[in-house]
Design a protein around this ligand. Structure first.
Ligand SMILES: C[S@@+](CC[C@H](N)C(=O)[O-])C[C@H]1O[C@@H](n2cnc3c(N)ncnc32)[C@H](O)[C@@H]1O
Length: 279
């Protein structure tokens, strides 16, 4: 028992393990996630509907979207942005590794008569001959990646963009980092059965890495037959930190906003969004 508790409470190195698939592609959790995506009134797996609609309007006008515009949405989920942007006339590709979300997105597009190219793949491995005008990565998924994964992704974005093409992405700020604290929680059927249809006990340990501005929510889920550990990493950014990463991959940050709907930037916000252009 002591050694198990020691293991549960062990703080790993930043980004030591990558378990995003346990969260998004597991048959049970992906079903929970899809219902969060589709819940129009909560900011859970996707933001709420009013925000998404505002964001689509802003993206369409800011990037002057028309029938010639080619967009790739990384981590598109069930296609809430992809379908809105396709309705604005853009040629949209959506990449996601959740089979459940992609199946929903494809069915919805078919029902609505929208021509969208959905690809079921880990976006870190996605490659194509296609070249895009705009790449989006929305709802801070960039923060879930390690520095080396972010580098791989930014170099991919650079390669997949046309000259002068842009990236729109949002991240958590240092203000959000400062508002978080370390906690240890233990709960029967933690998060109301989110982790499994079976009975289980869940531990959640939140670790802060002050120097790296990283937070880990480490979940240890103990069922009768098996135990699984899910590592939810988040990198928090200052504008300068994000600028550096983008510059090192051949981008210039053109604009900074409070969100991907073009609201005015303030350092006190918990999130911010950038438009970066391929140099
Ligand atoms: C926070 S959700 C945001 C979804 C969508 N951008 C939105 O705002 O509605 C993150 C999405 O990224 C996907 N995702 C996470 N890691 C991925 C990876 N390595 N490859 C492909 N998709 C990934 C998840 O399946 C999920 O749909």
């Amino acid at each position: 028992m002591y050694s198990q508790l020691k293991e549960i409470n062990h703080k790993p190195e930043p980004f030591e393990f990558y378990t995003a698939d346990s969260l998004w592609t597991d048959p049970h959790t992906s079903e929970q996630m899809l219902s969060y995506h589709l819940n129009e009134n909560v900011d859970m797996a996707s933001r709420r509907k009013v925000f998404i609609e505002k964001s689509i309007e802003w993206i369409a006008s800011h990037f002057a979207i028309d029938e010639q515009t080619k967009i790739c949405d990384f981590g598109c989920g069930p296609g809430l942005y992809a379908s809105g942007l396709a309705r604005k006339g853009a040629q949209v590709t959506g990449v996601d590794f959740s089979a459940r979300s992609i199946a929903y997105a494809q069915k919805y597009a078919q029902q609505e008569g929208l021509k969208i190219n959905y690809i079921l793949q880990n976006y870190l491995e996605y490659d194509t001959e296609e070249r895009y005008d705009l790449i989006t990565m929305i709802f801070c998924d960039f923060c879930a990646l390690s520095p080396s994964q972010r580098k791989v992704l930014l170099e991919k974005f650079h390669r997949l963009l046309k000259d002068g093409g842009a990236v729109l992405l949002d991240v958590f700020s240092l203000e959000a980092f400062n508002n978080r604290s370390e906690v240890s929680l233990y709960e029967h059927r933690q998060l109301n059965g989110f982790w499994s249809a079976n009975d289980y006990y869940g531990f959640m340990n939140t670790f802060k890495y002050d120097q790296e501005k990283v937070i880990l929510d480490k979940y240890t889920i103990i069922e009768e037959e098996k135990t699984k550990v899910v590592y939810n990493w988040l990198q928090y950014f200052s504008e300068g930190m994000l600028k550096n990463e983008l510059q090192n991959s051949g981008f210039v940050i053109q604009e900074t906003y409070a969100d991907v709907a073009g609201s005015e930037y303030s350092e006190n916000n918990e999130e911010f969004a950038i438009v970066a252009v391929k140099k």
